[in-house]
Design a protein around this ligand. Structure first.
Ligand SMILES: Nc1ncnc2c1ncn2[C@@H]1O[C@H](COP(=O)(O)OP(=O)(O)OP(=O)(O)O)[C@@H](O)[C@H]1O
Length: 325
């Protein structure tokens, strides 16, 4: 069941169109990623969905409500972590949670959130004295204290160190497991790959693709490479002749066997060999087929590496430009 339906959302600032008929839906219980470089309209989209900005065109439904007309009712049901939230420097962590909880009819026990987000020992600390990572975790806890059905998290792990980012990801997975639908705005590819069930890729005020992270990556038709080293010596001596070759395999031919064999594997577009190093270039999932052919022919290899395609590559393939420009 879709909890968010956005159809032809259009938004202009001072006559400039920043969202041009954007449409997508978010299913109940999923982590839905909104991914794109800076300035492509992610925050504008999410803030229209939250009812914080008024669209110039299109329609939005969140949990069956119109974010503008039914704003009050909707705010009871959603939790929002804004990109630039601020709190008074002197407010204590527990006071902030208690205050936010008082805005909701059916809040969570904020003591549980303190534990879940590793803030229990900061309960009495003042906001101004928290580290960047602790502030970030407090903002997420504040977004969840109202027991929301949908949580919007904008730049979830900005400013966190690698360990804190991983810890945050684990808690977000728990949040999903508890049945909360999560909309995650991010420009971190690794975060989106790790967390999101589906991703909308934004570019210049438009969605260029919506799919699972794996689906986006599999959709790339770009060439990539696998590399390995042929094992030499006794370990590589084969008892069986390779496919299509009978009897003894002469030494010279043996050295060309991988190239001859692999060139015909579906998806392979090139095989180069320098000494015992082999580089196979191809499209799609050719690496699985290559590995199978090597195994079937008892060709022993070491140091096998497959250049992993990433969401970065998918973005370049979709838009023709680099994500980080
Ligand atoms: N209130 C505003 N008034 C005028 N222009 C705005 C306003 N808010 C955003 N913009 C412009 O609209 C475009 C989209 O901005 P938005 O913040 O939605 O992008 P974003 O993808 O969330 O970027 P970031 O990743 O940097 O947060 C940008 O060109 C931005 O400068």
């Amino acid at each position: 069941m879709a909890v968010i339906e956005v159809t032809d959302l259009t938004k202009r600032y001072a006559g400039q169109t920043v969202l041009d008929r954007v449409s997508f839906s978010v299913e109940e219980g999923e982590i839905f990623g909104i991914l794109g470089p800076n300035g492509t309209g992610k925050t504008t989209t999410v803030e229209c969905v939250e009812g914080l900005r008024r669209p110039d065109g299109g329609s939005i439904s969140v949990l069956g409500l119109d974010p503008i007309k039914d704003g009050r009712r909707l705010r009871e049901l959603i939790g929002v972590q804004l990109q630039h939230t601020q709190l008074p420097e002197n407010i204590k962590v527990w006071e902030a949670l208690d205050l936010y909880a008082s805005f909701y009819a059916n809040p969570r026990d904020w003591r549980e959130l303190l534990d879940q987000w590793g803030l229990a020992d900061k309960r009495d600390a003042r906001f101004g004295k928290l580290s960047g990572g602790q502030k970030q975790r407090l903002f997420i806890a504040l977004a969840l204290v109202g027991n929301p059905k949908v949580a919007f998290l904008d730049e979830l792990t900005t400013g966190l160190d690698p360990q804190a980012r991983r810890a945050t990801w684990e808690v977000i997975k728990q949040v999903r497991a508890s049945g909360v639908t999560v909309v995650l705005v991010s420009h971190f590819m690794d975060e989106v790959e790790e967390l999101c069930d589906r991703v909308a890729v934004f570019d210049r005020g438009d969605i260029v693709a919506i799919d699972t992270p794996a689906g986006l990556i599999d959709g790339i038709d770009a060439e990539h490479q696998m590399r390995f080293r042929l094992m030499t010596g006794d370990a590589a001596l084969r008892v069986d002749a390779p496919d299509g070759l009978q009897g003894d395999v002469p030494g010279a031919l043996l050295s060309d066997v991988p190239r001859a064999l692999l060139s015909g594997v579906p998806g392979v577009t090139g095989v180069t060999r320098t000494g015992d190093q082999v580089v196979v270039t191809g499209r799609g999932d050719f690496a699985t087929a290559v590995t199978a052919v090597l195994a079937r022919n008892h060709i022993l290899v070491a140091d096998l590496r497959i250049d992993k395609r990433t969401l970065d590559d998918a973005f370049v393939a979709l838009t023709g430009r680099s994500f980080h420009l």
